[in-house]
Structure formats: C-alpha cells, structure tokens
Design a protein around this ligand. Sequence first.
Ligand code: XUL
Ligand code: CO
Length: 438
Amino acid sequence: MEIFKNIPAIKFEGAQSKNPLAFKYYDAERVVLGKTMKEHLPFAMAWWHNLCANGTDMFGRGVADKSFGQEVGTMAHAKAKVDAGFEFMQKLGIGYFCFHDVDIVPEADDIKETNRRLDEISDYILEKMKETGIKCLWGTANMFSNPRFCNGAGSTNSADVFAFAAAQVKKALDITVKLGGVGYVFWGGREGYETLLNTDVKFEQNNIARLMKMAVEYGRSIGFTGDFYIEPKPKEPMKHQYDFDAATAIGFLRAYGLDKDFKLNIEANHATLAGHTFEHDLRISAINGMLGSIDANQGDMLLGWDTDEFPFDVYTATMCMYEVLKAGGLTGGFNFDAKNRRPSYTFEDMFEGFVLGMDTFALGLIKAAELIEDGRIDEFIKERYASFATSEIGKKIVSGKTSLVELAAYADGLGSPELPGSGKQERLEGIINNILFR
Ligand code: XUL
Ligand code: CO
C-alpha cells in the first residue's frame, strides 16, 4: 500500500526546473572525476529523524503525524515505519539507511522481549532490502534515551547499567550483521559528565574502552568485517562529552589500541559545536587514516545546540566534498542525520528536506571537483612549503637528518630571516567564489 500517495518518484530535472519535488543538481548517473554521483555520494536515511521524530521539543508536543496509519508504540506501527521508510528511500533513490535499535521497535520492559521484537522486525526489513536492493549503512544502540542511562552507558557508575548497555550493543551488532551493515556506530551522547565533582574520568574512560573492546571481539566473532565508528560530539546532552572532536577521539582510540578497528563518523553540526569547521574535523580524520563516514547536516550559527538541519550551505558542502575527494572517498556514506524544522510537518516536507540535502551535496561535489581540476589551491599550497623541498636545510629538516645544534649554527648565519611569504587568504577565498559562481 502506497503511503506517500501524492508524491512521485523524485527525478533529476536540472537547474532550470522549478519543481520542488525534483533534483536540480543530483543526477545519479552523471560522472564526476571518473565516478558517478551515486558512487561518490552513498546517501543514507536516518530512521530516527525521518520515521520517528514528530517535532516534539522541550516546549511542545509533536506536530508531524508519523503514525503511518497505525497506533504508535505497537509492532504494527514498527512495520508501517519499515513500509514508509522503504517507499521513501525508493522514491528518492537513496541506497542506504541507518538505525538505532529502539528506532525500529518499541522498547519493552524486558530486554528479552525487545530482542524478540528486533528479530521479528529485522526479518521484515531484510525482506524489503532484498526486494529493493537498499542496504544498511550502519546500526547502533540507543544508550542515551532511557532513564537508566542518565549517568552514561560505558561511563555509568552502575555495573548493572553497564551490563545492560553491553547487552544492547551485542544485540545491535547482531542485527547490523544480519542486515549486512557497512559500519557500527558509537555515539557517546551521555558518555561524559555534568561535573568533575562526582566523576572519576579515568575510570569512566577505561570502562568505555572496555565496552568497545568487547564490541570489537564480539563483532569480529560473528563475522562483522566493517568498521566501528566513534561519532565525536563535544556536548549535548552532557555538559562535556569524552569524544569531544576528531582529534580527541583519535587520541582515545590510539591510547586504548582500538585504532585498527575504529574510524570516525564525522557529523557537521557536532564539529561546529566543538568550535571547528566541518572540514576541519574531516581533515583531521583523513590525515590520520580515520575518515570513515559522515553524518550530513548543518547547525545554525545563531543557535548553540545541535539543530540537525538539512544541509543548505553550499560553501560548506563544497569544502566537505573537497576533503572527501582528497581522501579518496569514504568507506561509509553520507547519512542525513537531519530533521525537518518543527513547522515543516507534512510528508511533502520530508521529501523536500532530502531533495535539498542531496542537491546541496551534489553541488558541493561538482564544485569541489572543479576546485581540484582548477588546481590553483593545490599549486598555492605546494609553493607555500617549497622551501622544505628545495633548500638544503629544508630537505635536511624533513628527512630528519639535522639537529638543534646544526640548525642553531645555520641560524647564526642568517641574520634576520626573510618573512615567510604571504598567506594570500583573500586571493584563495576569491578563487572559491569564482568557482562557485562562475
Ligand atoms: C546525536 C546524533 C546521533 C548519532 C547516532 O547528536 O548525532 O543521532 O548519529 O546515535
Ligand atoms: Co549523528
């Protein structure tokens, strides 16, 4: 039974189209730098925002009706969400989805019953996957919504709650493997603290690492060959979260020997909450060989929280795709961890959010490819460090064949070194505008 009745399959109509339910830039088969857009941009739908969230916020109840004709909180509703989700992804040409355990079934009072429901719904999802060819990008366990996780999951002070979290991770891994997921995510929403006055940071971090190690051991034992991901976020809901940003998460993974099995899932709005640009966290991940997947969304410069908006900012999407192209692509994909604004509560709005996001990233891809082909940025950076490639002393520094003593003796002969050359930021920013708007 068709759920989104008045909404046709979304087609590419080109930049001149005024049809809100058509792609202006995302042309799945268009080839950019040797690969199709579809290959460059493995888009995913986030089950939670798209099929569960109804606009409820701290100040008011939901506005959007996501019952899909069933009583919310029942297994019939869980199945209706599967039907809605697959129809939605098919109509948009989205190849992947991401889920938390409790997005796909209502949580029962007893975990044995929740797990039974997960088995039942994942059978149904698997059928739909076979029918449509749509795949699972990643799964995860929600270890932040239930009150038992108020002090964290891996970082909790309660051994029983830790055990419960472990049980959820185990089951979420089972389901992710059953659905052929490419990755498995840890987003540590409550893995942090409200005050140091009641917190043993070292103990909590050791325990988070213990949970992750057990997840790796179990995952590998049941045939999971994909990547585990940490999704860094500095704060919200906790005042301070341990996976603050890419650099912090990489340090943590290396300190505990988890860096071979984990990569990062970088979310735009999390990077900006950490006081970075999106592209900063992508670059830090990429240069450390840990850029795995992306949660595509954007925040609001004037709001200090995680607004999870559909990406609209083409500058940022261009800089993101520049990083992704330079890194040779993602092993994961682009999950729209994004939700419609509360007043955009219709089914049509759900589609238009994705049309906006997919078009924004398609434009970002086109423009990032042009930037690379243009070559001026690359050329400038190469020139900027040329003294290390051309001068004798520069070559010695880079090859590690010198010492403070030798460099000090060299500096004695320099007098006052010449200024290091202009950074030319304004010229480079002009090149970006030139490529974006020519
Ligand atoms: C929260 C967030 C999560 C993770 C998965 O800010 O991004 O939805 O992506 O738990
Ligand atoms: Co996210």
